[in-house]
Design a protein around this ligand. Structure first.
Ligand code: NAD
Length: 268
């Protein structure tokens, strides 16, 4: 049984993580941390997440539950996550990090803990997306230099502020790496006006922003006579939460190291 504590338990992902732990027989909710001074400290974590009273009270300091958990799951902000990583190093805990938006310096600091903490860090915890990356690697290797044009099409809700999505870029990077290409050189992020015909090696990106789409990615490998499309569609945050809980169970018996979801899924 893996005892899991969640930092940022009152957040969108925090609440979803409580629901995901409920579905997992081999994991138990051992603690929930809210921001210091939050009025939600003292509330029942199960009630916060809408699953009913669970007898686990939200606290605003990790210190106060240090003996209660084995693995921390952290979906907060870069600064908070790095402070929690230091806490885990000091107290012999394991951590699963879903927080995004880290600067290069913050990523280097995170990585500097690889010898002191067993950690899983992935900006996309969806099992499906991580499997899709692996499928793309295989498809790109088989088709990319054989006359198949590669295009990445992604769709997200109307509120998303960046484009293309981080996941789409990651897909492009994986494809480029499999083919010995560089996304900087071969990525085409805009086509407008008299842009001329497509070149053989380019990897094209197209973006859709509409309504409440949670996140959809399709990679097309197209040639004369046939077209292969590999598609991933996320319809709820539960996919990220389930991936994080799976990662927490996986890292529970691992040595110190900086792992990602490819390691968790046995795809590395
Ligand atoms: P959110 O704002 O809803 O939740 C973050 C929570 O952290 C808030 O409740 C906030 O009060 C809390 N918090 C802030 N400081 C804290 C502290 N010191 N101690 C405890 N709690 C603290 O955001 P969200 O949508 O849940 O996303 C959180 C992060 O997870 C973002 O970086 C987001 O991009 C990332 N994310 C990653 C994945 C993935 O698959 N890796 C998926 C979804 C979101």
């Amino acid at each position: 049984m893996t005892r899991i504590a969640i930092v940022g338990v009152a957040g969108r992902m925090g609440r979803t993580l409580v629901n995901a732990i409920e579905l997992e027989a081999e994991a138990t909710l051992a603690g929930g941390v809210v921001a210091q001074g939050s009025s939600l400290a003292g509330a029942d974590v199960g009630e916060l997440a809408g699953v009913g009273k669970r007898g686990v009270v939200a606290v605003d300091s990790l210190e106060s539950i240090v003996d209660d958990f084995d693995v921390l799951i952290d979906f907060t902000t870069p600064q908070v996550t790095l402070a929690n990583l230091a806490f885990c190093a000091e107290h012999g805990k394991r951590i699963v990090i879903g927080t995004t938006g880290m600067s290069d310096d913050q990523l280097a600091t995170l990585d500097s803990y690889r010898d002191r903490v067993p950690m899983v860090f992935a900006p996309n915890m969806s099992v499906g997306v991580n499997l899709t990356l692996k499928l793309l690697e295989t498809a790109a290797r088989a088709l990319g230099d054989e006359g198949y044009d590669i295009e990445v099409i992604e769709s997200h809700h109307r509120h998303k502020v960046d484009a293309p999505s981080g996941t789409a870029i990651k897909m492009g990077e994986v494809i480029a790496a499999s083919l010995g290409r560089s996304l900087k050189e071969h990525g085409v992020f805009e086509r407008v006006g008299q842009c001329g015909p497509r070149t053989d090696k380019e990897i094209g990106f197209a973006t859709v922003r509409a309504g409440d789409i949670v996140g959809e990615h399709t990679v097309m490998f197209a040639t004369e006579g046939e077209r292969i499309e590999i598609t991933h569609k996320a319809s709820s945050r539960m996919t990220f939460a389930k991936g994080a809980v799976r990662a927490a169970r996986w890292v529970a018996d691992k040595e110190s190291g900086h792992y990602d979801m490819q390691d968790v899924l046995g795809l590395a």
